[in-house]
Design a protein around this ligand. Structure first.
Ligand code: GUN
Ligand code: FE
Length: 421
């Protein structure tokens, strides 16, 4: 017989970007960890009831792009733009992950923080170090999280301490992938850091490996003006930055996430759409590193698959609620100062991007429609009294929570139906 679990509470989710679905005092029903639906009454038949009355119950949120080794210095070095920030600060800190005792301390701290956050799924960059990357996967798996982790590939324009020789980088990647297949809920993902860090030969090999092993890909695209110019000079044969990835089989031949996409050409946007590539929109990082404001309204209007991301440590906060409100705020600045035809994001749209938008990269994730995985957050907004609360609708309560308490600990969290908090 199927195991039936029912959560009672004020249940809210988005099926499409334009509006919330919700059921006040409702019942979210899971059978064998998979959602069957949300109902105004408890189901008949045997079930375990988890009573979260008066709390908000939402889908888990997806962080579609972040760098676990950068978590320890998040909040520092925000006066730099991308390329200086990488060279002066990020690369030296990432080099430390050659030391397994540092890696253990740093990754324990990262996993503890992300496990306590609103994030249930994530697509994570580690470093070039296979041992430390496997350790990160193990710690995330043990914490009950689900997602992808990539050993970062780099063979040029990087310090010696954070660079492999090309053939060594390819061999190490293959060996890492063999060992990483041991995990159940944390899966490997092919991770060329970005074009400036990877020779043509390495990109070509990674594209082949992704195809042969049918593995997803993640990288960075069109983040910063100097970076885009650099790629043009490194790959004069290409028609664009995205074209370099396309050429090497790293742009949608297997499921692909490209982070940032602040400065895309029309051709590149067409390529992302046609190839089903996901954009990881990282509003906080794009502001901190002075990268710019990504055209998220264009992504949505064109139908490009889009999720939200913290990009730790370009972004300084692990909170996906903060990403929701940051995405709305920067979209208003873009509309006001760059292109008035690109209307700002509404709250339901930003929530959709953080839940079902990015979640769909992982399958049926990020909604409470029938057949969705039991990724669930319980948010106790009673803990933050407002005399207006009795008058507020469930979507208004969620909006207030996102803006006012983005870093509040979640009071319960389920990943694939398993309670981890
Ligand atoms: N591009 C290449 N590497 C990085 C990184 O670590 N962070 C960000 N934001 N962009 C990058
Ligand atoms: Fe990044």
């Amino acid at each position: 017989m199927k195991k039936c679990v029912v959560l009672k509470g004020d249940i809210i989710w988005t099926e499409s970007p334009d509006r919330f679905e919700y059921q006040e005092d409702g019942y979210l029903v899971l059978e064998d960890s998979v959602v069957t639906g949300v109902y105004p009454k408890a189901p008949e038949g045997e079930h375990e009831l988890l009573d979260f009355s008066g709390s908000l119950v939402t889908p888990g949120l997806t962080d579609l792009h972040l760098h676990a080794p950068q978590h320890q210095f998040a909040g520092l070095f925000m006066d730099e733009e991308l390329l200086q920030w990488l060279e002066r600060h990020t690369f030296p800190y990432e080099s430390r992950f050659a030391d397994s005792s540092y890696a253990l301390k740093a990754y324990r701290s990262f996993v503890s923080d992300i496990a306590g956050s609103a994030t249930t799924r994530s697509a994570v960059f580690a470093t070039i170090h296979s041992d430390a990357t496997l350790l990160l996967m193990k710690l995330m798996e043990e914490a009950g999280l689900s997602g992808y982790v990539g050993k970062v590939s780099m063979d040029r324009n990087s310090p010696d301490s954070l660079r492999e020789e090309t053939e060594e980088a390819i061999r190490d990647e293959e060996q890492f992938l063999d060992e990483a297949s041991a995990f159940r809920n944390i899966k490997p993902i092919i991770t060329p850091r970005f074009v400036p860090s990877c020779s043509d030969r390495l990109l070509e090999a990674l594209g082949k490996i992704a195809m042969e092993r049918n593995l997803p890909v993640q990288s960075h695209l069109d983040e910063n003006v100097s970076e885009v110019e650099w790629v043009r000079s490194l790959c004069p044969w290409s028609s664009s930055y995205a074209d370099v990835y396309r050429h090497f089989g790293l742009l949608g031949d297997t499921p692909t996430i490209m982070a940032h996409v602040v400065w895309p050409s029309d051709d590149e946007l067409g390529m992302l759409l046609e190839r089903g590539v996901y954009v990881a929109h990282s509003p906080s990082s794009n502001t901190n590193l002075s990268s710019g404001i990504a055209p998220v309204r264009r992504f949505l209007d064109m139908g490009i698959k889009t999720g939200l991301a913290t990009d730790i440590a370009g972004g300084s906060s692990l909170s996906m609620f903060r990403m929701i409100t940051d995405a709305i705020q920067v979209s208003k600045l873009r509309c006001r100062f760059i292109d008035s035809s690109e209307k700002p994001l509404r709250f339901s749209e930003a929530f959709y991007l953080a839940s079902k938008g990015g979640g769909s990269f992982f399958g049926n994730v990020g909604s409470f429609e029938k057949g969705y995985d039991g990724d669930i957050l319980v948010l106790d907004d009673k803990a933050f009294p407002s005399v207006l609360r009795p008058e507020l609708s469930v979507p208004e309560r969620l909006e207030m929570y996102a803006y006012r308490h983005p870093d509040a600990p979640v009071s319960a969290k389920f990943v694939k139906g398993r309670r981890i908090i």
